[in-house]
Write a protein that binds this ligand. Structure first.
Ligand code: SAH
Length: 342
């Protein structure tokens, strides 16, 4: 079996290249081609001798993404991709343009097994984890296709990063490597549905990234009805883990709260949420839920969103309402892949 070269860090690649009887400095050249130039074929690595390129062919594979579908928003230049992977499976990736630069939303799994009731990615369960290379290659392919350099990454696409923990960490190390894309860890957000052991493992890594926690409800009855993961790690356990995370890393947590009309968007919910998060170093991001036909959930009215936001702001919380980008191109989680499966 050919080895996944794009998932290797420079020391690992160096060992592999030495094992082929090649000088170690070749590994540095190959690594730059892969991670700085975004080269996706060995033949394109023009400063390598032909014999070495052939050895690379025989021993390694570069896991890339091919563009299966591409949608460009007419409103805000958001570009949404359906990428096909080497085994034919598909994942979604989104490029968003902000004042501060380009941000890419990457997927970490094909499908998802978390079962959140409002989410399209999970409707058919999980198919498989992505390798670190397959997460990276989403970023590289988006850069190449748009001729841009990405400055921010959010791990908020399809899948649960903590259900694919090791590959997610490897991806983070590679994408922030100074010999590669060299992104700042501070420009990366990772979102979890609330897998508590993952929060503790991430705290041990002590990274400067932003941890986003998909909370979506202020109490167990409501949260369990929206997110099955809450039955395993209930609200009090999750909030304790978040507090421990902040103590360990001094990093502010960002709570995601998707507002569903008549479900979790009442003033009583806002007050209960404020009581739950009282005193925490956190940010609350409100998201009018993206409507997915199969879920039957309706998004909150603009008035309910404003009222919810005001109730939190009055209580001293840093709260924002997420700008919905790409609303004309189904940029909501999992909907593009589903439409292509039907
Ligand atoms: N599995 C991780 C990351 C992927 S989902 C997590 O759950 O956090 C990224 C974010 O989109 C999460 O906050 C998720 O709850 C939210 N989300 C999923 N479906 C949504 C929808 N239909 N509308 C709004 N937000 C949604």
């Amino acid at each position: 079996m050919k080895k996944d070269i794009l998932s290797m860090d420079l020391p690992e690649l160096t060992e592999e290249i030495k094992a082929l009887g090649q000088p170690a400095y070749r590994a540095g050249q190959i690594y730059k081609w892969l991670h700085q130039a975004g080269e996706n074929s060995f033949d394109g690595m023009t400063n390598l001798p032909k014999a070495l390129r052939e050895q690379l062919h025989d021993n390694f594979v570069i896991f890339g993404c091919s563009i299966e579908k591409k949608l460009i928003s007419e409103y805000d230049e958001t570009v949404k991709y359906l990428f096909r992977l080497h085994d034919g499976e598909c994942v979604e990736t989104v490029l968003m343009k902000y004042k501060y630069g380009y941000s890419v939303c990457v997927s970490s799994q094909v499908g998802c097994r978390m079962g959140c009731k409002f989410c399209a990615s999970t409707l058919n369960g999980v198919v498989r984890n992505l390798a670190a290379s397959e997460i990276l290659s989403q970023v590289y392919t988006v850069q190449r296709d748009n001729g841009v350099r990405v400055s921010h990454i959010v791990m908020m696409g399809m899948g649960e990063p903590f259900d694919n923990f090791d590959n997610a960490m490897r991806f983070l190390r590679l994408v922030t490597d100074e010999n590669g894309l060299n992104l700042s860890m501070r420009h990366i957000s990772l979102s979890t549905c609330g897998i508590v052991p993952g929060i503790y493992r991430l705290a041990e890594e002590n990274l400067q990234l932003t941890l986003s926690v998909s909370l979506h409800a202020p109490n167990n009855a409501l949260r369990s009805s929206m997110m099955p993961v809450n039955k395993k790690w209930p609200v009090e356990t999750l909030i304790k883990a978040c507090k421990d995370y902040t103590s360990a890393t001094s990093r502010r947590i960002s709570f995601e709260y998707a507002l569903v009309s008549g479900v979790n968007d009442t003033p009583a919910c806002a007050r209960e949420l404020a009581a739950l998060l009282k005193g925490m170093l956190c940010h609350i991001n409100l998201i009018p839920v993206n409507e997915v036909a199969e879920t039957g959930m309706k998004k909150s009215t603009t008035d309910s969103v404003r009222r919810f936001e005001a109730l939190l702001a009055e209580r001293g919380f840093a709260v924002t309402v997420r700008r919905t980008l790409g609303s004309d191109i189904n940029a909501a989680c999992g909907q593009l892949r589903r439409s292509s499966m039907k």
